[in-house]
Ligand binder design. Structure first.
Ligand code: HEC
Ligand code: HEC
Ligand code: HEC
Ligand code: HEC
Length: 333
């Protein structure tokens, strides 16, 4: 499954997999959190900033957008109150979904289109599978990698996504991120959120450094990739049909996408510990640019540290000096 936090294991989950939808627990259905409007599942990822809905509200008052806070409020922790102080910087999902694809259904993490189109010596299609039976190579689709029990990657996120489009210039020397979570540390609306980081390799316009739309479906001779397994032709025809310009030169580029993770909430005791983040090589090691106690050395704190030492030393001197003075006074009496 593309999402990794939404798969067939959620049809009959236990509490360990999903505390809300567990058949031996609250047994919520999708519609407990999603009201469907016009047959679309409501989600707010791409339209409205996440924290905008962070006030306490009853589900029915919250329209078609339900956040964790709609039911739990912003200060749900009684035992460890310090956790509530994280509400402005860390999304609930970040601590409460320590891994996704936990239900025994592997999720696709990588898709390499560049190797598609290989055939066996006898001209037959090649299909290779791993020990779980997941397809790792298919003539029509190329290479794929599947994983279970995956730790998310984390990024600041304000609920808005931006996308690269056909007109944008890409840098083929880097991994081209096809979408990017909006927001940054300290902007007042972004929080750290968990994502599935889905990677791949796909055809692009190597002359103009732009993305392309290859034609995939079509009969032999139409130029469609699955009709002739020729990427050059598939891009020429695809771009012509889309009325987009194409330089005539193709290449392959590494890509990545961010998929927000919000289902498969684990029981409270499986949430991330303090030192999952507040440690040198913790989960937030890649998120730089702000001070995280336990992970970073802070020049300010270091300076305060020295001040304390200095003050202690001065204190000792004053104290010692005071004793000396008192002793002199006593001596004079
Ligand atoms: C405990 C509450 C809850 C349950 C139960 C739940 N969801 Fe969600 N779902 C959410 C939240 C919260 C979001 C994020 C919505 C937002 O930010 O507005 C979300 C987002 C989504 C999205 C959008 C994800 C994306 O990447 O755009 C889809 C699709 C979705 N849910 C489908 C489902 C399906 C299908 C089920 C049932 C198997 C389900 N949900 C059950 C809370 C829930
Ligand atoms: C529709 C209301 C609703 C929404 C939305 C909702 N929850 Fe819950 N949540 C509940 C209820 C009810 C329970 C109690 C389930 C049980 O005890 O079996 C619960 C239980 C939990 C627990 C388990 C507490 C324990 O004792 O183990 C956690 C953690 C949790 N929710 C986190 C979240 C997170 C994170 C989100 C957002 C992704 C969320 N909830 C969204 C209603 C909701
Ligand atoms: C920084 C990590 C972190 C964040 C952020 C976080 N939680 Fe928790 N949460 C935990 C841990 C750890 C526990 C279990 C230990 C405890 O309660 O002390 C827990 C416990 C809970 C419980 C059970 C509480 C109880 O007293 O029975 C609920 C419900 C819950 N969280 C919901 C949420 C919701 C909703 C959010 C977002 C507003 C959220 N959490 C944000 C780490 C976090
Ligand atoms: C998901 C990662 C994560 C987990 C788990 C986590 N923290 Fe934090 N913590 C953060 C982030 C991010 C900040 C905010 C840094 C900022 O705002 O500049 C922070 C800030 C803090 C701060 C300094 C700010 C303040 O509120 O005083 C303390 C203290 C703290 N956390 C204690 C804890 C404790 C105790 C636990 C476990 C009960 C915990 N954290 C669990 C990520 C985490």
């Amino acid at each position: 499954m593309k999402h990794g936090d939404l798969d067939s294991s959620l049809l009959r989950p236990d509490k360990k997999l999903d505390i809300h939808m567990a058949v031996d627990g609250a047994d919520m259905s999708c519609t407990a959190c999603h009201t469907t409007v016009n047959h679309r599942i409501s989600g707010r990822y791409y339209t409205e900033p996440a924290p905008a809905k962070r006030e306490l509200a009853l589900p029915k008052d919250d329209g078609n957008r339900l956040a964790c806070e709609s039911c739990h409020g912003t200060r749900p922790h009684r035992k460890t109150a310090k956790l509530n102080d994280h509400a402005d910087t860390v999304a609930c999902q970040t601590c409460h979904i320590p891994h996704f694809a936990r239900g025994g259904v592997p999720t696709k993490m990588w898709w390499d289109w560049s190797t598609a189109g290989r055939f066996a010596a006898d001209g037959k299609m090649i299909v290779e599978k791993d020990e779980r039976g997941m397809v790792t190579y298919h003539t029509m689709k190329g290479g794929m990698a599947w994983e279970e029990h995956v730790a998310p990657v984390y990024a600041w996120y304000d609920g808005r996504m931006s996308y690269v489009d056909l007109a944008d210039t890409i840098d083929p020397a880097t991994v081209v991120e096809l979408n990017r979570p909006g927001g940054a540390y300290g902007d007042g609306s972004a929080r750290i959120f968990p994502f599935k980081y889905y990677t791949g390799r796909q055809v692009y316009d190597a002359g103009d450094n732009q993305l392309v739309i290859p034609k995939l479906f079509g009969p032999k001779g139409s130029g469609a990739f699955w009709g002739g397994y020729d990427w050059q032709r598939a891009v020429e025809v695809g771009m012509a049909e889309a009325e987009e310009k194409f330089s005539g030169r193709i290449g392959f580029v590494d890509t990545a996408m961010y998929w927000p993770i919000t289902h498969m909430v684990a029981p409270a005791q499986d949430a991330l510990d303090c030192d999952a983040c507040h440690a040198k090589e913790g989960r937030l090691a890649q998120l730089t640019g702000f001070y995280l106690p336990g992970r970073d050395r802070s020049p300010l704190v270091d300076r305060i540290g020295w001040l304390v030492v200095l003050a202690t030393v001065i204190g000792v001197l004053i104290h010692g000096g005071g004793r000396w003075y008192a002793a002199r006074r006593r001596g004079r009496r």
